[in-house]
Write a protein that binds this ligand. Structure first.
Ligand code: AFD
Ligand code: MN
Ligand code: MN
Length: 424
């Protein structure tokens, strides 16, 4: 299904007066208002194809129904999100869950919804029925060359699917690791991973990147071969310019200072981008901003300041993606909330008085530095986001329109209550 523009316009019309009041209130105190709204409008976040169905845990899965049954229906769902928020103009695919049988018709369908293809993801953390060798003991780090070769070839296949769709990056997350001390020679595992990644790297087109994601534990519980940003950075440095480190917000041990990691990776030109989500304990894949919105803001502070220092365009300088999993929420509603939370943090970071902050840091005025940060953080920027959406043809209140139009009910009617999406 597709949301007609006039439905969004009618809903906006009803909310216009209330919006204007809230907008005028916050806008009155903002310098270069139009430039900030333009930056907010330009800022888009890719939706992962695997987050459009219900996730689950190893204990159970409780689908809300109407899940997309094919790549076409996943694109349709992202199209719905984008029609509402005008902030999600791309989709990130996961192979083999999303193999495009006919790339040109898939591209045409995406274009109809105003979408393009973000990074393509490989999958060597599961065994597929068609594959010869198992990944039970790893893939790119496997002790057996034939298994590594199979995993390398899979990644090259993914690059080739991505080329057809005009994607520009391969995203690699390995579950490779060990469950028990002694199982693995850690240096050997690292060296074999590097060698495998080299083979993949050599297959990248000139204008492509490979993004290396790290994660400290799970599914392996003793060691992960690419366990933290240091290990990812080491690989990316040894590989070369086209390799960078991907930060998934849920992939750190508790208490890690993610904003510092981000700042240094950016400084080195090695920050690929993000998998946004939120977490309380581990890789919880919760709605962005639901647990720790202040941390997200602090990350965006480093990003905005660091990108400006390097002359990078905020919208396109690095990759912005969500990686989430919804156990009890409607996936589309959850994704709308996540995109909103990311853009709130971004907009707040744009409001930080950077010259004043630099001055406070220079004077070691710790109190004032905190005041400056929190002045921005405590500004309600939601009317700025709504205004940016309005100017781009989206909905003032995306979630309201989604609910009023009973979109999920219609998707269930169309696809069935038992439709199951491919993914985790
Ligand atoms: C994993 C990783 C990785 C992967 C995804 C698969 O974060 O990004 O592609 O989930 O669902 O936890
Ligand atoms: Mn991820
Ligand atoms: Mn994850």
């Amino acid at each position: 299904m597709q949301l007609e523009k006039h439905i969004i316009d009618e809903a906006n019309h009803k909310q216009q007066a209330a919006h204007q009041r809230r907008f005028d209130f916050v806008a009155a105190d903002i310098n270069s208002l139009d430039a900030i709204i333009q930056k907010i409008s330009d800022f888009n976040i890719a939706i992962p194809s695997w987050a459009l169905g219900t996730g689950g845990t190893r204990f159970g899965r409780f689908s809300g129904g109407g899940e997309p049954r094919s790549l076409e229906e996943k694109i349709e769902d992202v199209g719905l999100i984008h029609a509402l928020n005008k902030s999600s103009n791309s989709i990130s695919l996961h192979i083999p869950w999303d193999i495009p049988e006919n790339a040109s018709s898939i591209k045409a369908l995406a274009a109809q919804h105003g979408l393009r293809f973000d990074a393509v993801n490989s999958n060597t953390f599961q065994d597929q029925p068609s594959q010869q060798y198992s990944y039970k003991y790893g893939s790119l780090h496997h002790v057996d060359k034939v298994v590594r070769k199979q995993a390398v070839e899979h990644n090259i296949d993914v690059i080739n699917y991505g080329i057809e769709l005009e994607s520009k990056a391969l995203s690699v997350w390995l579950s490779d690791g060990s469950n028990f001390p002694g199982q693995l020679n850690m240096r050997g595992a690292f060296e074999r991973t590097l060698e495998s990644l080299h083979e993949i790297y050599d297959a990248l087109p000139a204008d492509w990147k490979v993004w290396i994601e790290y994660k400290p534990y799970e599914p392996n519980f003793y060691s992960t071969t690419i366990g933290d940003w240091g290990q990812s950075y080491l690989l990316a440095s040894k590989l070369g310019k086209k390799a960078q480190t991907l930060v998934d917000l849920g992939h750190h041990l508790q208490g890690a200072n993610i904003e510092q990691i981000v700042s240094l990776l950016l400084m080195e030109g090695k920050l690929a981008g993000f998998h946004f989500n939120d977490s309380k304990y581990g890789d919880d894949d919760l709605t962005v901003g639901s647990i720790n919105p202040y941390q997200l803001f602090l990350i965006f502070n480093e990003l905005v300041e660091g990108m400006d220092a390097r002359g990078l365009n905020h919208a396109t300088g690095i990759g912005w993606m969500i990686d989430a999993s919804h156990n009890i929420k409607d996936p589309i509603e959850d994704l709308l909330q996540s995109v909103e939370a990311i853009k709130i943090a971004y907009a707040q970071a744009l409001l930080i008085d950077q010259p004043a902050l630099v001055q406070a840091q220079q004077n070691n005025d710790v109190v004032l530095a905190q005041e400056i940060l929190q002045q921005a953080y405590r500004t309600d920027v939601r009317p700025l986001l709504a205004e940016a959406r309005l100017r781009s043809g989206g909905a003032l209140q995306p979630l309201d329109v989604y609910r009023q139009q009973t979109v999920r009910k219609q998707l269930i009617n169309e696809r069935g209550a038992l439709a199951v999406s491919t993914g985790l």
